[in-house]
Design a binder for this molecule. Sequence first.
Ligand code: FAD
Length: 385
Amino acid sequence: MTDLKTFRTDAREWLETNCPAEMRQPIRSEADICWGGRNWKFQSDAQRRWLEVMGERGWTVPDGPKEYGGGGLSAAEARVLKDELQQIGARPPLTSFGISMLGPALLKFGTQEQKRHYLPQIARGEIRWCQGYSEPGAGSDLAGLQTRAEDKGDHWLINGQKVWTSYADRADWIFCLARTSSESKQGGISFLLFDMETPGVSTKPILLISGSSPFCETFFDDVKVPKDQIVGEANKGWDVAKYLLGHEREMIAGMGLGVSGSSVTLGPVLKPADPLLRAEIAAFDVDALAFAAMSERFAAMWKAGEAHPASPSMMKYAGTELNKRRNELAMASGGSDALEWDSERSRDGSTARAWLRSKGNSIEGGTSEIQLNIVAKHILRLPGA
Ligand SMILES: Cc1cc2nc3c(=O)[nH]c(=O)nc-3n(C[C@H](O)[C@H](O)[C@H](O)COP(=O)(O)OP(=O)(O)OC[C@H]3O[C@@H](n4cnc5c(N)ncnc54)[C@H](O)[C@@H]3O)c2cc1C
């Protein structure tokens, strides 16, 4: 306990010295979220400094192994750090699919060279990754994917198309599923990593109702990938893909906690006059607090390898439903003001845009129906689910 107390005091002092005041402001727009990578344009010196100091300390991945650029903290220390960051309202130094998805998969399935090469760069925010899973004919039925990787002796030759690839046009590298054998559906898939600047890779952004264009169609036309950029064995990529999906679902479930980690983040309008709406918000707060407690428990069990394999699906379902409810309440609380789209007062329609974006939560990372199927099969043991 004393140790944790000392850790808290030290962390607080360090953050006081190293977290720039500008990075203690609430996130106001997309540009406030730092994704890192070789093409990232820092919004300010403070944003750059915050990433650099946290990356150097390994606190972009607080509980990651020190030898691979993480902070090496215990689960309890990582919780204390999270708490201290929340106390000062610090923005995350880095938002990264490398940290939330690829890193854990590399730690489990990567070679020693791959871990040494990629993980420290991920922790320092030097590579921005995108996820090449879904295809026009393979979403929920992901193992039906048709992108092919042919073994050409000294390289893989990739041809095919992905869709809904978030930030493909801004990413440096992709982690990508490709078919290396057609003998078995799940058994013929491999998990590959490659640079988005490799000749033959192209992207086409897809415009969304929220007015932004966060994802793309991604095309591979005779893309040559070095042989050693496969993770795990050829034709065994499905195991890597599924493991990564568990982490993706954990990340998406975290949306249930709200942007600031608080259970009651409802945007700018917090005190509507309507008593029925206030009662709905109170009921929401109770559910959000229960979800926050459940998330802590789940995270601890997941890290200790004790969580039920279907629990990321439960958490993903609960977290995304909660986030959609939060956004509905924010819109209802805002009344007609919340419909403003382009004004400074509405911060460019942030409430309405967040509400529209939240609709995708129950689709991305596997739809709610698919999560419920997984729960039915593995936990309720329903036949044929
Ligand atoms: C915001 C967002 C970001 C995304 N980012 C990425 C990304 O970066 N990389 C990537 O690879 N993909 C990404 N996706 C794609 C996402 O993974 C797929 O949209 C998702 O897996 C569903 O696939 P689909 O769109 O093909 O729908 P389909 O699989 O065609 O499903 C259509 C409908 O049928 C239902 N359905 C399908 N099968 C069943 C079944 N067996 N039982 C019951 N109902 C069923 C589904 O629930 C859904 O309602 C993203 C999606 C969104 C919305």
